[in-house]
Design a binder for this molecule. Structure first.
Ligand code: ADP
Length: 544
């Protein structure tokens, strides 16, 4: 028997309509690439979205199912594009500006973008590949001065596109399972692969992150969206801000620690997101130069790579700001787990609580996790048995775009993440490594993530990346790359070995160290282990 409830499709249009009807007075603040501040309301956003929907439909000929690319920073117009493109039934395909030209060309041709909206400051990156783009009919310039000169063909300024459009537009009736957005994986493991999100998955993902057990967002918050809109729909934040009535602050390309600190203070930001690299930078800048005005920032939500325990402790002790760890992937929309202390943990020591918070956390409602060992067995939830993390849920992909690759899925339909993890009896998942980054030394597994996190707790170490290198006796052994705080001072190998010996047994501790100025990073700011391995093999990492 079916329930007697209305058929009410969960679409991004319902989010926009809700944000306008209940929170039209809430604000969206953008710091543009030239650092000028722009502010408007959710009501203004709504009216401009309707104008854009008219322009997309009538001026650019975009129809349901078409792909529309964005190549842009985080700002108001990019949020308008999120809502209007999906609102008319087309797909907002965000292109990662930090990928290589080849990858960008591949993504645009593979997705068959008809139009690309591009920020003026990013135009040179597209000019280089424009002749190779097979399907793009128009390039629309965002934040460009009137006299902007470009070799891109068929260009139009965004504001001109909107200028004479009506604010009346009736959203078409959409199916909640229709596609609304697409993001490609960053290609760390081969060619980028498209993940096509649906209206329903987007709605459910955003409304779940809002809840107190997860991101804890409400209409009392002002949220800084540091995660780029070109990466996994900025973790769903442009949607959850309208659902929760949180003011939205968008930094565009102002991502240096000092810029972010200034924005956090001036906009009285209460919550923010970002990868650990960003928060490491902010923390060290604040330590070096403590802000005169106290930040009202309560929490920062971190994912993308492991949040070092030392960073959670440092931020909290020195500035009273809480780091909350989340885990996710492009393939999981992205958020899948979050780590918070529960009432049943209150009796634990501060250190034990910190151990829990440094785990990747428990699944969101709507997400299921399991661990499968090397021999294909389901691992017990004992917090010790390691295996590959499998995931399924209401916002996990069922297939990559235009591919039939079944290798990524188990026979019973779970997505195989490639992350090596444990799950404890309370459901807290902990990442030990990515399958390809695990170190197997003398037949024993060593977690590079655990070593990195421990090394970064040393007061003189800013960043530490650990990879496996070949060894005659042990087959593989760990090598640690060390970046010192402010690239100054000295620390000896012996001191680091001694420091690690508190938490690790002898065979796990790296005996090889290379001191460098910066760890190579991927397009989304993670340690680029593939590049580190390549540099090492080519003898280009310096000497230890
Ligand atoms: P890509 O897969 O292209 O590198 P993603 O951003 O989708 O890009 O990366 C997902 C991966 O990032 C996960 O599979 C996991 O290895 C890593 N990751 C994400 N969040 C965390 C976290 N909190 N701790 C450790 N690793 C994480």
């Amino acid at each position: 028997m079916e329930g007697l409830i209305m058929d009410y499709p969960l679409t991004t249009n319902t989010i926009l309509e809700y944000g306008n009807s209940v929170y039209h007075h809430k604000k969206i603040v953008t710091y543009l690439p030239d650092r000028t501040r722009h502010e408007y309301s959710f009501g203004d956003l709504y009216r401009r979205c309707k104008k854009l929907a008219n322009a997309l439909t009538h001026k650019l000929g975009i129809a349901k199912g078409d792909m529309v690319g964005t190549f842009a920073w985080n700002h108001g117009p990019h949020v308008e594009l999120y809502y209007s493109i999906s609102g008319i039934g087309a797909v907002c395909q965000t292109i990662n500006i930090r990928l290589s030209s080849n990858q960008i060309e591949y993504i645009i041709n593979n997705s068959e973008d008809k139009v690309i909206f591009v920020d003026a400051t990013l135009v040179p990156l597209l000019e280089r590949i424009a002749p190779l783009l097979e399907t793009v009919q128009h390039f629309i310039l965002l934040n460009a001065p009137k006299d902007f000169v470009t070799t891109l063909p068929n260009t139009l300024h965004y504001e001109e596109l909107l200028a004479d459009q009506s604010e009346d537009f009736n959203w078409p009736k959409l199916n909640e399972n229709d596609a609304c957005g697409m993001c490609y994986t960053s290609g760390t493991t081969g060619l980028p692969k498209g993940v096509l999100y649906s209206h329903r998955s987007t709605f459910l993902h955003a409304s779940t992150i809002m809840s107190p057990n997860a991101g804890n967002f409400s209409n009392r918050d002002t949220v800084l969206l540091i995660v780029p809109q070109f990466h996994v729909m900025a973790w769903g934040f442009p949607y959850l801000c309208l659902l929760s009535g949180s003011n939205m602050v968008l930094p565009s390309s102002n991502l240096q620690p000092d810029d972010l600190i200034k924005i956090l203070i001036e906009e009285k930001v209460t919550k923010a997101n970002g990868v650990p690299t960003i928060w490491l930078g902010v923390y060290h800048a604040m330590k070096l130069n403590p802000p005169k005005e106290k930040l009202v920032l309560q929490e920062y939500l971190v994912g993308g790579s492991a949040l070092p325990k030392s960073l959670i402790e440092g931020f909290e002790k020195d500035f009273g700001i809480k780091g909350v760890q989340a885990w996710g992937m492009t393939e999981t929309s992205p958020l899948g787990t979050v780590s918070r202390i529960q009432p049943k943990h209150e009796h634990l020591s501060e250190n034990e609580k910190m151990e829990i918070r440094a785990k990747q956390g428990i699944a969101f409602p709507g997400v299921e996790l399991r661990i499968v060992t090397d021999d294909g067995a389901l691992a017990p939830t004992d917090g010790k048995t390691m295996g590959e993390l499998h995931v399924k849920g209401a916002w996990t992909l069922s297939s990559y775009f235009k591919t039939n690759n079944n290798e990524s899925f188990s026979e019973d339909g779970w997505f195989k993440t490639g992350d090596v993890c444990t799950i404890d009896e309370d459901g807290y998942m902990e990442i030990k490594d990515r399958t390809k980054d695990l170190i197997k030394s003398g037949g024993e597994w060593i977690s590079s993530v655990a070593l990195e996190s421990a090394l970064m707790a040393h007061p003189k170490v800013r960043e530490a990346a650990v990879i496996a290198i070949p060894d005659e006796k042990w087959v593989e052994k760990p090598l640690a790359l060390i970046v010192l705080v402010d690239n100054k001072g000295e620390v000896s190998m012996e001191e680091l070995i001694e420091f690690l010996s508190r938490d690790f047994v002898k065979y796990q501790i790296p005996k090889d160290y290379i001191f460098i100025n910066e760890v190579p990073k991927t397009s989304v700011g993670k340690f680029d282990k593939k590049e580190i391995r390549r540099l090492f093999a080519a003898g280009e990492l310096g000497s230890n």
